[in-house]
Ligand binder design. Structure first.
Ligand SMILES: CC(=O)N[C@H]1[C@@H](OP(=O)(O)OP(=O)(O)OC[C@H]2O[C@@H](n3ccc(=O)[nH]c3=O)[C@H](O)[C@@H]2O)O[C@H](CO)[C@@H](O)[C@@H]1O[C@H](C)C(=O)N[C@@H](C)C(=O)N[C@H](CCC(=O)O)C(=O)O
Ligand SMILES: Nc1ncnc2c1ncn2[C@@H]1O[C@H](COP(=O)(O)OP(=O)(O)OP(=O)(O)O)[C@@H](O)[C@H]1O
Ligand SMILES: N[C@H](CCC[C@H](N)C(=O)O)C(=O)O
Ligand SMILES: [Mg+2]
Length: 488
C-alpha cells in the first residue's frame, strides 16, 4: 500500500523523503522491522521508540512516523505528527482497510465488570445468530482461535489486526474491553464504536505508571463516550456525571434505582449447596424475569448492561434469557462442584476493592461460614497485602493465607505481611504457603452451608516463581485433590 494512502486521515508534516512509497508492513517494535516497513516511534514507559530510528533504517524501514526529529539517511521518509500513538491507530486502521467500519463494535469501560460483561454480550448475541469476536483481559477470541492476552486493551496495531481477522473469519460484531490506559494511550483512537458501556468507577490504577489522579482516570474513561453512537451507562454510579462530561453520544441508563431506563427489581439471591445464583425482574426497556448462575449483586449490573446492548440488536427475549442462564466466565466467581454440602468458587479478586465487593455480596447469600483463601503477588504493591488481609479478616469467617505468584520474593515473606495485616482484625486464619495444600485444607475442612472463595488467580493457569511460569490451574488442583482424597 502507498504511504500517502495510509496517511489519508492524518494531519502531518513530511520532514524528508517522498510520500509516493510502497509500504509492505507496519510496526512499532524495532525487532519486527523488515525491509519495506513503516515504523512508528512511540515514547513508552520504559524506552523511547525514537532511539531506534537509525537501527530500523539500517534494517530496511522505508518510512518513520515520529514526534521529534530523528537522524536517518535521506532515502528514508520521515513523517512528523503531534502524537505518534494517535497516528499509529489511524494508520493501522488504514492498513487493514478500516475493518471496524465493517463491524459493529461494542466497547466496555469501567473499573470492574468489563471482562464479565463482554462474555455475557458475546453469549447473547451469538444465541441470536451473530458471529462475535472478543478482545479482553483473558484472551482475544476469533472464531475457534483463542489468543492469550498480555494487555486488557492491546496496542492499536494489534486491535486493528484482530478486527481484520474477525472480518475474514465471518464476524459481524466485536465486543471489547476498553481500559482507561487504552483510551489514554490512544490504543482505540479512530474506532467508531456503535455502543460504549460504562460499568462503574472507583479509585484504582492511580500511580506514576498509570493515571496521575482520580480526575484524570475519570476523564480517560469518559473519552469512550465521545467516540460511540450510543452510551449505555450505570445510572447508579455516583461519578456518572463526571465520566459523561463532554459526551457526544445518546445515553441510556441501567441500574437498580427507579430513575434508570432499564432497571432490576425484586432481586433474589439463590443459594443451594454447590450453587449460587441470582434472579430478578428486568423492567423499563423490557419486561422479563432473569436468572443468572453467576452470583453477586454485581452480576445484576453486568447482565443489565448486556441486556441493554442486545435490545439494540433486536435479540428475542427468549434468547436473552437462555444465553444469560448459560453465561460463564473463566475465573470470575466461577463455581466448581466439589461437594453436596458446600460451595466453592474461583475468583480473580486480587486487590482490596474487589475482595471487599466480592465478600460483601457473598455475605448476602447467608453462608454457613464465608471462607476466603488468598495470597498476594510478589513484586507488586505491598500495601495490597495489608489491605486484602484487613478485608478478609473483617469480612470472612475464616481466612486461609497462601501464595499467589511469588515472582522474585520469598513466599514466606509475603505470607508474613498478610498475617501481620490480619492480626489487626479479630479474623481467624491459617497459613499454608503451598497453594495446593491450602486448597486441600479448604476442601477437607468445608462444612455444610459454607461458601469458600479461592481468590486472586482467576483464569491464570500458571504460578510465576523467579521469572518462570509453572503450569498451575486451580481447576486441575481441585480435581487432583478430590481424587487423592477419594472424594469423587
Ligand atoms: C505502561 C504501559 O502502558 N506499557 C505498555 C507499553 O509498553 P511501553 O509503552 O512501556 O513500551 P516501551 O517498552 O517503553 O517501548 C516504547 C516503544 O519502543 C519500542 N521498542 C522497545 C524495545 C525495543 O528493543 N525496540 C522497540 O522498538 C516498543 O515497541 C514501543 O513501541 O506497550 C506494551 C506493548 O503494547 C504493553 O504491553 C505495555 O503494557 C504493560 C505490560 C502494562 O502493564 N500496561 C498496563 C499499565 C496497562 O496497559 N493496563 C491496562 C489496564 C489493565 C486492566 O485494568 O484491565 C491494559 O489495557 O492492559
Ligand atoms: N460490575 C461489577 N462491580 C464490582 N465488582 C465486580 C463487577 N463485576 C465483577 N466484579 C468482581 O470483580 C472481579 C473482576 O471482574 P471482571 O474481570 O469482570 O472485571 P474487569 O473490569 O474486567 O477487571 P480488570 O480490570 O481486572 O480486567 C470479579 O471476579 C468479581 O469479583
Ligand atoms: N495483571 C495483574 C494481575 C495480578 C493477579 C495476581 N494473581 C497476582 O499475581 O498478583 C498483575 O500482574 O498485577
Ligand atoms: Mg478485564
Amino acid at each position: 500500500m502507498k504511504l500517502e494512502q495510509l496517511l489519508e486521515r492524518l494531519e502531518y508534516t513530511c520532514v524528508q523523503g517522498s510520500l509516493d512509497r510502497e509500504i509492505s508492513g507496519i510496526a512499532n517494535d524495532s525487532r519486527q522491522v523488515v525491509p519495506g516497513t513503516l515504523f512508528f516511534s512511540i515514547r513508552g514507559a520504559v524506552t523511547d521508540g525514537h532511539t531506534y530510528a537509525a537501527e530500523v533504517a539500517e534494517k530496511g524501514a522505508v518510512a518513520l512516523l515520529v514526534e521529534e526529529p530523528v537522524e536517518v539517511p535521506e532515502s528514508v521518509t520521515v513523517i512528523q505528527v503531534k502524537d505518534t500513538r494517535y497516528a499509529m491507530a489511524l494508520v493501522s486502521a488504514a492498513w487493514y482497510d478500516y475493518p471496524a467500519e465493517k463491524l459493529k463494535v461494542i466497547g466496555i469501560t469501567g473499573t470492574k465488570g468489563k471482562t464479565t460483561t463482554t462474555y455475557m454480550i458475546k453469549s447473547i448475541l451469538e444465541s441470536a445468530g451473530h458471529k462475535v469476536g472478543l478482545i479482553g483481559t483473558i484472551e482475544t477470541i476469533i472464531g475457534e482461535t483463542h489468543i492469550p492476552s498480555s494487555n486488557t486493551t492491546p496496542e492499536s496495531v494489534k486491535i486493528q489486526e484482530y478486527f481484520h481477522r474477525m472480518l475474514e473469519d465471518g464476524c459481524d460484531m466485536a465486543v471489547m474491553e476498553v481500559s482507561s490506559q487504552g483510551l489514554m494511550l490512544n490504543r482505540t483512537a479512530g474506532i467508531p464504536f456503535e455502543i460504549g458501556i460504562f460499568t462503574n468507577i472507583e479509585p484504582d490504577h492511580i500511580g506514576p505508571a498509570e493515571h496521575k489522579s482520580f480526575e484524570d482516570y475519570m476523564h480517560c474513561k469518559g473519552l469512550l463516550f465521545r467516540q460511540c453512537r450510543i452510551g449505555i451507562v450505570n445510572g447508579d454510579d455516583e461519578h456518572l456525571d463526571q465520566v459523561l462530561a463532554g459526551h457526544t453520544c445518546k445515553v441510556e441508563t441501567f441500574g437498580l434505582s427507579e430513575k434508570n431506563d432499564l432497571r432490576a427489581e425484586n432481586l433474589k439471591m439463590v443459594h443451594k449447596p454447590g450453587y449460587l445464583g441470582i434472579s430478578y425482574h428486568a423492567a423499563g426497556m423490557i419486561d422479563m424475569d432473569v436468572e443468572i448462575d453467576i452470583p453477586g449483586k454485581f452480576s445484576v449490573y453486568n447482565s443489565l448492561a448486556a441486556i441493554a446492548v442486545c435490545l439494540h440488536f433486536k435479540v428475542r427475549e427468549a434468547d436473552i434469557k437462555t444465553a444469560l442462564k448459560q453465561a460463564k466466565v473463566k475465573g470470575r466467581v466461577e463455581l466448581v462442584k466439589v461437594s453436596d454440602d458446600f460451595t466453592l468458587m474461583i475468583d480473580y479478586a486480587h486487590n482490596a476493592m474487589s475482595l471487599e465487593s466480592l465478600l460483601t455480596t457473598l455475605r448476602e447469600y447467608e453462608p454457613g461460614r464465608l471462607v476466603c483463601l488468598f495470597g498476594c503477588g510478589g513484586n507488586r504493591s505491598k500495601a495490597r497485602r495489608f489491605e486484602m488481609a484487613e478485608v478478609s479478616g473483617r469480612l470472612a469467617d475464616f481466612t486461609i493465607i497462601t501464595s499467589d505468584n511469588p515472582r522474585f520474593e520469598k513466599p514466606e515473606d509475603i505470607l508474613d505481611d498478610i498475617e501481620s495485616g490480619i492480626k489487626k482484625t479479630d479474623g481467624k486464619y491459617v497459613k499454608i504457603a503451598d497453594r495446593k495444600e491450602a486448597i486441600r485444607y479448604a476442601i477437607l475442612h468445608g462444612q455444610p452451608g459454607d461458601v469458600i472463595v479461592l481468590a486472586g488467580k482467576g483464569h491464570e493457569d500458571y504460578q510465576e516463581i523467579e521469572g518462570k511460569k509453572y503450569h498451575m490451574d486451580e481447576r486441575e488442583l481441585i480435581q487432583e485433590i478430590l481424587e487423592e482424597e477419594n472424594l469423587r
